[in-house]
Ligand binder design. Structure first.
Ligand code: SF4
Ligand code: SF3
Length: 552
């Protein structure tokens, strides 16, 4: 028997599955503990779904399940001890849900899913159960594929729900869906058609959660605005913040003000530079380095302290010198990195240890200079709508290319750099997510003052791209989003990209090209469903895809 099985990300071994150790660095024990945590979350959901029928919400459980899903996202958390603690907590949550159900007059008849009652306290028992219950035990590959597609969508959804929660925004309807879907993926009576429906429904809630997060971000920090972000360095010591969480960003900026420590963003935190509430801080120094997987180089040169608020963590190399300068918080974790505890009683997180640490560090070594421009989220682009529509009507802009999503290590991802370079000069790239680092520093120029790369923000800001597309549809008086001069050439890596993809499908977007490889968790039949109903396609080579996408 395999030591583990995981095929949730684009870099999965041989594009089939990691069975010995994760290519991401996830060890089999952590992989199995993550599987077990998912198994228990499904078990807890069997009770909460019934509780909800009685009108009862348990906020602590909603939060627990959301956080647990998020923690199992690729590259978020590698810390075995955190998963063991969480599994022990899951038993308590499950007991609490069961007791509440019975005391409210509900019943648990018919709950046969083992995760709703299994308990094993030793690590060995946990590992064994995880292997006995992991995804390979669903034998039918199409059912397995649709179940996992749903669960990965839920993981992405959970990430966005947690960021919104941190800003004081939540919707019980979203938690309700997540938990119902966790139950549905354990239901052996659901057939391929019904599960396909569940996948699409997941996309619908994906739109809802991204709208919620957009509201949370923009109400808290203002609408992103066009901003030139510095890529160089200053002379003070610095803290480099990575991940996606804006509440952490806010608290870090407040707590570092006047300390002589500058704050820089890395990878997916770059869009924090576009928010008015953050731009006002003089010690917010810009962006340092590139997308997540460059961290092994970037962190080495940064010299200061690094804070991970979420994925994507890469285990440091044996020869690296920065491990003791890295901190995690929230859903992220890594054995050997220090962890900053969650907020308690409405108080901010305490970043003082990190700030004191940073003061003792050397200032960052310059690895590049200059600026990049971003901040083209929906509000800003819609404010420019007249110019954009004019440019399309006069033919100055022939087509938009949505090239959002994730970056990754695979060599073939040079495709996206080459694609951006070869795009005709009368085309504009719309982007969100860390995929942009493949081309956002290229001199691609402008069209009538409109940059040829419009960065809307983080992966969750793909919602902005949808809002932009809807506004353009209206401006052009079209009935169908697919009649717009927009082509989709999206890169994926982890599960947030899965929820973004499902959200686009649920909005009726067709003919999305997805690369650099199609997900290993899509069975051939499921791929066929996606091809036949949505025109989904993989990528081939730059010239051919360019021809296809330009003529579509
Ligand atoms: Fe493998 Fe990706 Fe799973 Fe890591 S997250 S174990 S690389 S499939
Ligand atoms: Fe990137 Fe991890 Fe997906 Fe948020 S930071 S897009 S890969």
């Amino acid at each position: 028997m395999e030591k583990m099985f995981c095929y949730q990300c684009q870099e999965t071994s041989k594009n089939q599955g990691c069975t010995v150790k994760g290519l991401c660095g996830k060890t089999p024990d952590v992989a199995n503990l993550q599987d077990l945590l998912m198994f228990l979350c499904k078990g807890i959901s069997h009770y909460t779904v019934r509780l909800r029928e009685l009108g009862i919400e348990i906020p602590q459980i909603n939060k627990f399940i959301t956080d647990s899903l998020f923690m199992t996202i690729t590259n978020a958390n590698f810390d075995k001890s955190r998963f063991i603690t969480r599994i022990l907590l899951a038993y308590e949550m499950r007991n609490a849900a069961e007791e509440r159900l019975l005391s409210a007059g509900g019943n648990k008849e018919g709950i046969t899913f083992e995760g709703a009652f299994w308990r094993g306290d030793t690590e060995e028992e946990m590992a064994e159960k995880a292997l006995e219950t992991n995804i390979l035990t669903t034998e039918n590959e199409d059912i397995r594929s649709l179940r996992e597609l749903t669960v990965y969508g839920l993981k992405g959804m959970a990430a966005y729900a947690e960021h919104a929660f941190n800003l004081g925004y939540e919707e019980n309807e979203i938690y309700g869906f997540m938990q119902r879907a966790l139950v549905d993926v354990t239901n052996d009576s659901l057939n391929v058609e019904e599960l396909t429906g569940l996948v699409l429904e997941t996309g619908k809630y994906g739109v809802q959660v991204m709208a919620l997060l957009d509201k949370a971000n923009t109400s808290s920090y203002g609408n992103p605005e066009i901003t030139k972000v510095s890529l160089g360095v200053r002379n003070n010591p610095g803290i480099l913040i990575s991940g996606h969480d804006m509440k952490d960003m806010e608290e870090l900026l407040k707590q570092t003000e006047g300390t002589g420590v500058d704050v820089y963003t890395h990878s997916e935190m770059l869009p924090a530079n576009y928010y008015p509430a953050f731009k006002k801080y003089n010690h917010f120094a810009g962006n340092y380095g590139s997308s997540w997987w460059h961290q092994t180089e970037d962190f080495e040169h940064f010299n200061g302290v690094i804070l991970f608020t979420t994925n994507c963590i890469v285990p440091p190399r044996k020869t690296s010198t920065y491990g003791d300068r890295v901190y995690t918080t929230g859903a992220s974790g890594f054995e050997g990195f220090k962890h900053i505890e969650d907020r308690k009683d409405g108080q901010p997180k305490d970043f003082s240890a990190l700030i004191e640490h940073a003061k003792k560090c050397a200032s960052p070594t310059e690895i590049e200079s200059g600026e990049i421009i971003g901040g083209f989220a929906h509000n800003q682009v819609i404010a420019l709508a007249d110019r954009v529509v004019d440019a399309v009507k006069t033919g100055a802009i022939r087509k938009f290319f949505v090239m959002g999503g994730c970056d990754g290590r695979m060599k073939g991802r040079n495709y996206y750099t080459e694609f951006a370079e070869k795009l005709p000069k009368d085309t504009v790239i719309l982007t969100a997510g860390c995929a942009k680092y493949r081309y956002n520093k290229l001199p691609l120029g402008e069209i009538n003052g409109i940059p040829r790369v419009l960065d809307a923000g983080q992966c969750n800001d793909s919602y902005s791209l949808v809002k932009i597309a809807l506004a353009l549809k209206e401006a052009f008086g079209l009935d169908d989003l697919n009649d717009l001069p927009i082509a989709y050439n999206i890169a994926w890596y982890e599960q947030k990209a899965v929820i973004v993809l499902l959200a686009l499908l649920s909005l009726g977007v067709k003919n999305i090209h997805l690369g650099p490889t199609l997900p290993a968790f899509l069975s051939p039949n499921v791929v066929n469903v996606l091809v036949n109903n949505f025109g989904i396609a993989g990528i081939t080579n730059v010239d051919e895809d360019m021809k296809t996408l330009l003529s579509a």
